[in-house]
Design a protein around this ligand. Structure first.
Ligand code: AMP
Length: 249
């Protein structure tokens, strides 16, 4: 079985995003970019399924600028077998990404697509669901455990009340939650080996998909600055202050 793993190049999760002075978006000039953390978890899960003998090939795919090749090389260094970059400088919205992924799915016929539940830059949490709908296949979102069972996959999902397990007929789409696994670091020999793994570069036009954005960003602003706290010496003082402010009667 082939597993397709879409990976997005995003601002590194350790960085505090800076908003552009004109409020048009996040400033990405000279900023460290990395693989979306949920996608690292997806790559790790695909590798574990391959190690267990449930998968035979892992194909990583990214839609983004030429530099997204670095993100794909990271996936290859972790253990993916080959990669596809659909190169574009346009910011691609979830529906366009889902349509491009559907075109790749038609070409590659994977048994499973494992992808992040959300990209930490746009926080959309839409692409996996849209891909499953366009493909007409089942979806197991927010997975905290994945097990292949013949021609089905069992996905344990983190829902409000606890854990829900669903069984989906393959092929299907699985989106990863944080507790699914802890992604491995690529070893130096594997980073070297990844340089010679196949990486195909395509364009959105090759798949006949219109990626023109449909949304207009009106404004991006910094979150309000938190006011400094106040130290109190005793519970009585705290209660007195809360009463004075009308927070408690
Ligand atoms: P989103 O719906 O934007 O929050 O993204 C959910 C998931 O879709 C991500 O974790 C990725 O696995 C995938 N994805 C979104 N955008 C891209 C992209 N440009 N290239 C590859 N995968 C993407």
């Amino acid at each position: 079985m082939k597993i397709l793993v879409p990976v997005k190049r995003v601002i590194d999760y350790n960085l505090k995003p800076r908003i552009k002075a004109d409020g048009s978006g996040v400033d990405l000039a000279n900023v460290k970019m990395s693989m979306n953390p949920f996608d690292e978890i997806a790559v790790e899960e695909a590798i574990r399924l391959k190690e267990k003998g449930a998968a035979s090939e892992i194909v990583a795919v990214s839609i983004g600028p030429a530099k997204a090749q670095e993100t794909l090389r990271t996936a290859l260094a972790m253990g993916a077998d080959r990669a596809i970059l659909i190169e574009t400088e346009t910011q691609v919205e979830p529906l366009a990404v889902a349509k491009l992924l559907k075109a790749i799915v038609d070409e590659e016929a994977p048994g499973l697509v494992v992808m992040g539940k959300q990209a930490i830059d746009d926080d959309s949490n839409q692409t996996g669901q849209m891909l499953a709908a366009l493909w007409g296949r089942g979806q197991g979102t927010f997975a905290s455990a994945v097990a292949i069972d013949g021609d089905h996959v069992s996905v344990t999902r983190e829902v409000d009340g606890g854990l829900e397990t669903v069984k989906l007929a393959l092929p299907a789409v699985v989106t990863t939650d944080l507790r699914l696994n802890e992604p491995r670091y690529a070893s130096l020999p594997n980073i070297m080996k990844a340089k010679s793994k196949p990486l195909a570069v395509k364009k959105p036009e090759d798949y006949g998909v219109d990626i023109t954005p449909r949304l207009t960003t009106l404004k991006v602003v910094e979150p309000p600055v938190r006011k400094a706290g106040e130290m109190v010496a005793s519970v009585d003082e705290l209660v007195a202050k809360l009463k004075a402010k009308g927070v408690v009667a």
